[in-house]
Design a protein around this ligand. Sequence first.
Ligand code: LLP
Length: 433
Amino acid sequence: MPKKIAAPPPETQPSPRPFAYRNRLLHCDGADLTSLAAEHGTPLYVYSAQQISHRFQLFAEAFASRPHTICYAVKANSSLAILRLLAKQRAGFDIVSGGELERVRKAHKPALKKVVFSGVGKQIWEIDAALNADILLFNVESEAELHLLAARAEACNKVAPFALRVNPDVFAETHPYISTGLSEHKFGIDIKAARAIYRSAKKTKWLDPAGVSVHIGSQIRKVDPFAAALTRVTSLIADLRKDGHNIRYVDAGGGLGVDYGATAFDPAKQVAKYAAALTKSLGEESAHLLLEPGRFIIAQAGALLTRVLYVKKNGTKTFIITDAGMNDLIRPALYHAHHEIIPIKQPTGKSTLTADIVGPVCESGDFFARDRTLPPVKPNDLVLLLDAGAYGMSQTSNYNSRPRPAEILIDGDITKLIRRRETMRDLLAPELL
Ligand code: LLP
């Protein structure tokens, strides 16, 4: 049952994060994290609905001057309650699987008509499900996929609106695992080959060449690469119009990065800069703009609350062992990603401790931070891993047979358990003996 909390939430979110000390204890908006941990256990994901909405609105305002739909990238955090929260603000959704399609259907069925379907390996059942759901746009990633889409559209007696996801061959500085816009990457179709493929699509009545799409990667902090990619796309659209195609959508993808560090970061300024750069690249182009942000909306609205189990020394090194592990938040292990880690009790003194903060999983790669200096913590203390709202819960696993954490959404003065902690029964349910 949703629970009322006592302290009123602040009216605005001047900081990029909704987590702050009040009476020396860390809160998420009005909710005291110590009480949440006592009630729901740890590890625990905690999100601020207010911050999610705030970030979404920043996008909406920045692009207000042109027709647009913000298709939140479901993969960043696919919890149904979060999808519903965004759908109610008129978000569309960027999906990459039949599973994500079902999540949108369950969260808010009318939003299906605002779904764009990306992904390099769409299967027949997924294409059929999306055709039958009358989604907005298929972002097609290869010629072979386009042929399959035409065949399935005919079989389902539906005309498939599609955009080619072009690969603009633009370099964007980010982690190599999440960069996608170079010709060496598996994503998209060479932009130089696109015009001929659109032409070939005219041969069938089952395909509707409705747009052009691009996505160059994730956690991109500079806006210039987005602008360069979109400039190329805009010029392709002009060519496609000359070829007689009725292009109505331009999908600029996602990828806008956040600042995971402790420095001040102004999300409003960052979105405004991004919007200005995209608008400039689009010039006179008036097609309906689709955007696919994930991380920027949800990363800093969420955090992972974990309890210190042990503090131990091996030689000269100190290890803080938490009850959350790489199966609960894999970003540091997988991308060497930085997450700020702060104690739940506001430190009073200036003393510090330098340690590796690690999980209980049997891998040396199971770390959250290495040689991190933080206020001293002892067993049973709670600490918070910040900026874990995006690609945190959605990338969890049951590795080491560990149940997935619970999730809490703080919504105004209401605390809502939006996903219960997995149980041993959940863990073993699919297995047959
Ligand atoms: N659109 C497409 C086609 C994508 O592939 C992605 C992300 C997005 C939109 C959303 O990008 P965003 O706005 O969230 O940057 N697990 C990695 C990030 C993987 C991103 C994959 N694609 C991480 O934790 O950093």
